[in-house]
Ligand binder design. Structure first.
Ligand SMILES: [Zn+2]
Ligand SMILES: [Zn+2]
Length: 492
């Protein structure tokens, strides 16, 4: 089997075809989306597909579960799959003949309609801009779960006000995103429930200007407290990948985009060698990257920190030898394989990692992928105690598929005094926008700017995360801490 990118793209294309042929019932639609997401994941993947298939590591890629992995394996090895052939025979001609609009989806507020926060925001941004540009609309706000920063939501909810409710409704109906509309009444005003062409549900509540405050309270919950951390507070992009591992942009491109975004520093944290499916960086290439960082640094005011996203290995050790790790400015350490260890082993694995003297930032801690993969099974309360004791920072990963730590766990961590970074986990220059979702989650967790290390200046940030071993006295003190050491003894 060829391992060329052409093969990868061809397989992705076939996954999309399966997605298109699956059907349009609610169940099928859900399944179809899973195939489209898997196609995205493959297209973003820069490593060696053949190897991934041979070593049965496909499920390490985001969005690829066991059954899709089986399809990919067949497609990669034979160029087609039994299921694809069957679907082509049954529905191929029919689907190709149908014009796009005829394939619109039925309204559904069920589980299948669930969407990621980022997709809800993309739609609400577009609808709000469209509504605002009409003079019948005096105000339009995002309300509901997306406004609250819930990680997944059922519908995009807007509140519009103005003197002429009919004119507002007309404007909404004329949006090219809006397909079917159902009118309802609610205590705060008329509600238009719409199915959009992409299958999402959007609602528009229309109230009078006088009724706006009351409606906002009703639709948004109690008046939101002052935001304690805002997008403008973030000064550095933490956790960036480049083409050295599985990113799509070069270091130079990532730096230019950071300049444009007004960021003061970025941390380059490509994958470590064990993450071979993500094209993990071997030591010789890592050193080449350091040279490149030096070269690009001379062309920019954005401070470039050299780092790694080191795999937390099965036994809790870190990837790369210590003498390499010590030469880095930043280490984000994350779990990328063996997600299904049982609670005892997984807890032990994480605790061992946290105790590593060079461990400073825990990446996408619980390893969940929203709507796709559950969190790892660990004794999180105990782990957070250890993290606090070891003065480890934890990532609030802004990747909309992750949003990890979840806000309720982040709240607990904050109570223990654990610092955070709001990270982008960027695989392209566009991904700096992950800061927006990251900040929303941070806000839900009640974090303030002072809890977030990348609100610090480049120098202060570097000081806080530099991978230097804790002093021996400090270590001794930690070892003696009775509560956790006895528990660790029990665990190991
Ligand atoms: Zn990662
Ligand atoms: Zn990453």
């Amino acid at each position: 089997m060829s391992a060329s990118p052409a093969t990868t793209f061809a397989v992705a294309e076939k996954l999309r075809r399966i997605g298109a042929l699956i059907g349009t019932g609610p169940k099928e639609r859900y399944r179809a989306r899973a195939f489209l997401r898997a196609a995205d994941a493959l297209e973003a993947y820069r490593g060696n597909l053949a190897r991934l298939v041979e070593t049965e590591h496909l499920t390490d890629l985001p969005g690829i579960g066991e059954s899709i992995a089986r399809e990919i394996t067949q497609l990669a090895k034979t160029g087609t799959s039994e299921w694809l052939s069957k679907l082509e025979n049954e529905r191929g001609a029919e689907v190709d003949a149908k014009p796009r609009r005829a394939r619109k989806k039925r309204p559904s507020l069920g589980e299948e309609g669930e969407m990621l926060l980022v997709d809800a925001l993309e739609t609400s941004d577009a609808l709000i801009a469209f509504m605002r540009s009409n003079k019948a609309v005096r105000s339009v706000d995002l309300v509901g779960d997306a406004a609250r920063g819930k990680e997944t939501v059922q519908s995009v909810d807007l509140l519009a006000t103005g003197p002429d409710a009919d004119a507002i409704a007309k404007r909404f109906e004329s949006s090219k995103l809006v397909d079917e509309i159902e009118k309802k009444t609610s205590p705060v005003g008329t509600v238009l429930v719409s199915t959009l062409y992409d299958g999402k549900i959007a609602t528009l509540t229309i109230a009078t200007e006088n009724g706006r405050e009351r409606a906002l309270r009703k639709l948004l919950g109690p008046p939101s407290r002052k935001k304690l951390v805002a997008l403008e507070d973030i000064r550095g992009a933490v956790h960036c990948h480049t083409v050295y591992s599985d990113g799509r942009a070069t270091l130079e491109e990532m730096v230019r985009a950071a300049e444009k975004a007004g960021l003061e520093y970025i941390t380059v944290t490509d994958h470590s060698p064990t993450a071979f499916y993500a094209n993990g960086v071997q030591i010789d290439r890592l050193k080449k990257q350091w040279d490149e960082i030096e070269r690009v640094q001379e062309t920019t005011k954005v401070r470039i920190f050299r780092g790694t996203e080191s795999d937390i290995l099965r036994d809790g050790s870190l990837d790369y030898p210590d003498d390499i790790l010590e030469k880095l400015d930043v280490i984000v350490a994350s779990i990328h394989n063996r997600y299904r260890l049982d609670r005892r082993n997984m807890t032990e694995r994480v605790v061992r990692a946290l105790r590593h003297p060079l461990f400073k930032i825990w990446g996408h801690a619980l390893g969940r992928l929203l709507l796709r993969r559950p969190a790892i099974d660990v004794d999180i309360d105990f782990i957070l105690e250890v993290a606090a004791e070891e003065r480890v920072a934890i990532e609030l990963n802004g990747d909309p598929h992750r949003l990890d730590l979840p806000p309720d766990v982040a709240k607990k961590a904050k109570r223990l005094g654990i610092p955070f970074v709001i990270s982008v986990d960027a695989h392209s220059t566009r991904d700096y926008r992950h800061l927006r979702t990251g900040v929303m989650i941070a806000d839900r967790a009640g974090l303030a700017a002072k809890d977030v290390l990348n609100t610090l200046s480049a120098e202060e940030f570097a000081e806080r995360v530099r991978p230097v071993a804790k002093s021996s006295t400090e270590k001794r003190r930690h070892r003696k801490a009775p509560k956790s050491s006895s528990k660790v003894a029990r665990l190991s």
